[in-house]
Design a protein around this ligand. Structure first.
Ligand code: ATP
Ligand code: MG
Length: 260
């Protein structure tokens, strides 16, 4: 008799699409900021706290469209699915967006870069227009590494509906990553390098583009170091800028002409 068989999925899949796939910390943060961009955020705040201690935190906060409970179930918790790919991501408010949306991601795995940065994730999100519902999800990535005979889908993720929204923004998503990976070593030089790599996401000709997108880095530990720097490019704290324009200013001969 013919019968149908199914694949089973080991919890080991998590590493393949998580910490093993994302090869460096910059790409990991880049993926998460791309998600904020795709969620129509105009502001993304990347905070580093208690670096070099076991309480280190990386927090990425955006003021994007956020997610409701259904989005969490049908999108965020649905592995390798991307509503950006099948065109349903912005169905709920497409008519409010004038231009066709171009997404930075569509593979459906970028969220697993949280795992590259730390072993625990707390995601807090409030969807635009649904301000009274703030949802929280907690993922302990270590749980996927205990026993590779365990099925991926049997490993639980905590969900709570919060009474108040702790974010600095009314809507959007907060990713709070703890259990920061030991080999990451988020020092001053590395944060500078991160700031530099993120500048690629900022349009150097901002004024020509309708869409505003600001990325800010906050790392209290390096405020003092920043104060000793004389160039803005050497400061970790502050807005990520695309320095193409300032570079052009410094390093090129300009011809100015007036047509009358
Ligand atoms: N910051 C966010 N705000 C709102 N929704 C988000 C956010 N981050 C993720 N999502 C939702 O979760 C889905 C999964 O994100 P993920 O990064 O894994 O996939 P993707 O962005 O669709 O594709 P890619 O793997 O290429 O990044 C997104 O498609 C989006 O629906
Ligand atoms: Mg993505």
């Amino acid at each position: 008799m013919d019968n149908e068989l199914q694949f089973r999925i080991s919890s080991g899949l998590k590493n393949i699409i998580g910490r093993d796939l994302i090869t460096d910390d910059f790409i990991a943060i880049f993926e998460l900021v791309k998600n904020s961009y795709d969620a129509h955020a105009s502001e993304v705040l990347i905070e580093f706290e208690n670096l070099n201690s076991s309480d280190a935190v990386i927090r990425i906060t955006d003021n994007g469209k956020g997610m409701n409970y259904e989005d969490l179930i049908n999108k965020w918790l649905f592995v390798a699915y991307s509503a950006k790919k099948d065109g349903t991501e912005d169905l709920d408010y497409r008519n409010r967006i004038q231009n066709k949306t171009f997404y930075a991601g569509a593979k459906g795995i970028g969220r697993f870069s949280c795992d590259k940065l730390g072993s625990k994730l707390k995601l807090i999100t409030t969807k635009e227009g649904q301000y009274s519902f703030t949802e929280q999800i907690k993922v302990n990535w270590d749980n996927f590494e205990q026993n590779s005979k365990e099925e991926f889908i049997n490993i639980g993720v905590d969900h709570t509906r919060l009474k108040t929204n702790p974010s600095i923004f009314i809507t959007g998503t907060v990713l709070e990553i703890t259990g920061i990976r030991k080999d990451s070593d988020w020092n001053y030089q590395k944060l500078l390098k991160l700031k530099n790599s993120l500048s690629k996401l900022i349009n150097p000709f901002e004024s020509n583009e309708k869409r505003e997108f600001n990325i800010e880095i906050k790392a209290r530990e390096f405020i003092k170091t920043d104060q000793q720097q004389n160039s803005e490019n050497r400061k970790v704290n502050g807005l990520v800028r695309n320095n193409l324009l300032s570079l052009l200013d410094e390093k090129t001969i300009k011809i100015r002409s007036d047509i009358s």
